[in-house]
Design a protein. Structure first.
Length: 225
């Protein structure tokens, strides 16, 4: 399959956007978190996303958004699973990247985790958007309301151009100001602070998304106009 055929397969299986990043674009990935550290024959990273319905953003209660977040994560993981089956049938060797959990890197004291591959960076390198000061990837059509997924492939494929649109306005600091925990500095998120709300542990054992303010307060939450 060539790059166009691959992207058509991904879109046909339910992704809203798809792009390809040749592995040589990942030179600045931290050691241990480069696609080749996961799959030594990786030549291309196929990155895609599903747009998340935004109605739950306006709920006064965190449960609808928590539910949507769980569902879209499962949807993207199911999509990745189906793509692996289809690509393998065509003779391609692919390695899946989970959309969220699990990952191994974990600093307990700092409450800081790191996925085997940063999907935000992979999405940027595949032309799916630009990184905002809230650290999220924003796409021109769907804003930051996208759930990312990826597979690593041994095929040498044509890369998509990087997004050429502007993301954050220079003087915009809404997400930094609106974060209730001051967890953002414009470049990274303090995970220990953020997790207390974004991954709030309810006494019944549920993990609730009690905060998504940096996402929803962004003027480009659902698209860049
Ligand atoms: C751990 C994690 C978190 C952590 C850390 C978030 C973060 N910004 O990294 C916490 C718990 C805080 C979190 C919260 C949320 N998350 Co989260 N999270 C992840 C997860 C599982 C791993 C991300 C990770 O490893 N971060 C740690 C490292 C990579 O980040 P870093 O330390 O800043 O990295 C630095 C360097 O190491 C270097 N670097 C690292 N890798 C690479 C690679 C290359 C090529 C380069 C050049 C550089 C580089 O650059 C960084 C800046 O210096 C990803 C899924 C995934 N596989 O990517 C989802 C993910 C980032 N989360 C997501 C979402 C939606 C959220 C929330 C909005 C959920 C909510 N509450 O509603 C919040 C948003 C908070 C925020 N502003 O980040 C989405 C983002 C979608 C998007 N539009 O960008 C993702 C991609 C899940 C998905 N599949 O879509 N999350
Ligand atoms: S999810 Fe909430 S706590 Fe975490 S960085 Fe965004 S606004 Fe701050
Ligand atoms: S709120 Fe403003 S600064 Fe933050 S990500 Fe959105 S555009 Fe960028």
């Amino acid at each position: 399959m060539n790059s166009i055929e691959i992207k058509n397969v991904v879109l046909r299986h339910g992704a809203d956007i798809c792009g390809i990043a040749p592995v040589n674009r990942f030179t600045d990935a931290p050691k241990g978190f480069h696609p080749v550290d996961i799959f030594d024959k990786c030549r291309s990273v196929i990155v895609y996303a599903k747009a998340m319905p935004s109605g739950s953003n306006t709920a006064q209660n965190c449960i609808p958004y928590t539910y949507m977040n769980q569902m879209i994560t499962q949807e993207v993981d199911k999509l990745t699973f189906k793509l692996c089956i289809e690509f393998e049938k065509s003779g391609m060797h692919v390695v899946p990247i989970p959309s969220d959990d699990p990952y191994e890197y974990w600093l307990e004291e700092e409450q800081c985790g790191r996925a085997i591959l940063s999907l935000r960076h992979a999405g940027y390198l595949a032309g799916l958007g630009v990184l905002g000061k809230n650290t999220l990837l924003m796409n021109d059509r769907f804003g930051n309301m996208i759930q990312l997924g990826a597979v690593l492939s041994d095929a040498i494929l044509d890369g998509d151009p990087l997004a050429d649109y502007e993301g954050c306005l220079n003087d915009c600091t809404i997400c930094l100001e609106e974060c209730p925990l001051n967890a953002l500095d414009g470049k990274a998120v303090n995970q220990k602070l953020c997790r207390s709300l974004s991954n709030f542990r309810h006494e019944k054992g549920y993990v609730l998304k009690k905060c998504n303010t940096c996402r929803t307060s962004c003027p480009f939450c659902t698209g860049i106009n």
